[in-house]
Design a protein. Structure first.
Ligand code: ARG
Length: 261
């Protein structure tokens, strides 16, 4: 996670960002610290990436790389405003014992557009990550990549439209179908017939932008409609308020890069 010390909304690269709307920075910091501390209370280790002035979106750490089995594919950002973040992530991994760290050729925004299931890597395209990155990711990780077309600019990253609830069991996902093209919806229905299907209200509350450890699901507390369905499936929903960071178009998942191995 990267502290939101330099978080601002000074430009707009997704429909949630309005540079005219003030951000309460101390509140953003408090909300972010609350999430970080919650992870720790739940027994997880949280590493912190040093934030850099002039990179207001760096708080969305999930976009900086994709890590699977301890191998790291760095990001290449779609917008120039975020380009410089990629090097900071690569340097962090190289300085923390990761040996297989690759700089990518094609545009990909890390975990923003890639989700890990036991059998596949699910990959978003349409707004940020290039379709060419899907082949690059498949080649690097040696896992089958399933390309999914995002069609609604409000759900510009895969992690705003889909969440893997348990990465040890195939099929444990939740998603918002309307964010995907008809063909991609059919692919999702075929792969995940028992998925938890989100309503528009929960998707709009950024409910898909959640982090699950296989038992606890940390998600925006306003995504109320998901709490009961998650409980019915045996998960424990943990409501989080990241209202200030939502002004940049991100929530729980966006600010959390998962170190898999
Ligand atoms: N303002 C950032 C952007 O538009 C938000 C990134 C959100 N991150 C995510 N994983 N969806 O790039």
């Amino acid at each position: 996670m990267c502290p939101p010390e330099h978080f601002r909304v000074t430009y707009s690269i997704n429909p949630w960002m309005d540079p005219g709307k003030p951000v309460d920075l101390p509140l953003a910091v408090t909300q972010w610290e609350h999430l970080r501390d919650r992870y720790r209370v739940l027994g997880h280790t949280v590493e912190e990436l040093e934030p850099q002035p002039g990179l207001p979106d760096m708080v969305y750490a999930a976009n900086g790389a994709l890590v699977v089995d301890g191998r790291v594919l760095g990001a290449r950002f779609a917008y120039p405003e975020r380009t410089a973040e990629a090097a900071a992530h690569l340097a962090w991994y190289r300085g923390h014992g990761y040996e297989d760290v690759r700089e990518p050729e094609h545009i990909n925004e890390g975990e923003g557009d890639f989700a890990v299931t036991p059998s596949w890597l699910l990959a978003g395209r349409g707004f940020r990550s290039s379709p060419l990155s899907h082949g690059e990711v498949q080649e690097f990780f040696g896992r089958p990549v399933i390309g999914l077309d995002l069609i609604d600019p409000r759900y510009y990253h895969l992690d705003t439209a889909l969440c893997v609830l348990d990465d040890t069991v195939d099929g444990e996902v939740m998603y918002y179908p309307e964010a995907f093209s008809p063909g991609s919806r059919a692919v999702l229905a075929r792969l995940f017939p028992d998925a938890l299907i989100a309503t528009e209200a929960d998707a709009r509350a950024f409910g898909m932008n959640a982090v699950s450890d296989g038992h606890h699901v940390l998600l925006p507390q306003t995504a109320q409609g998901l709490f009961e369905p998650l409980r019915e499936r045996g998960y424990e929903p943990v409501g989080i308020d990241l209202g200030e960071l939502l002004k940049g178009g991100g929530s729980v998942k966006c600010v959390t890069a998962e170190l898999r191995g």
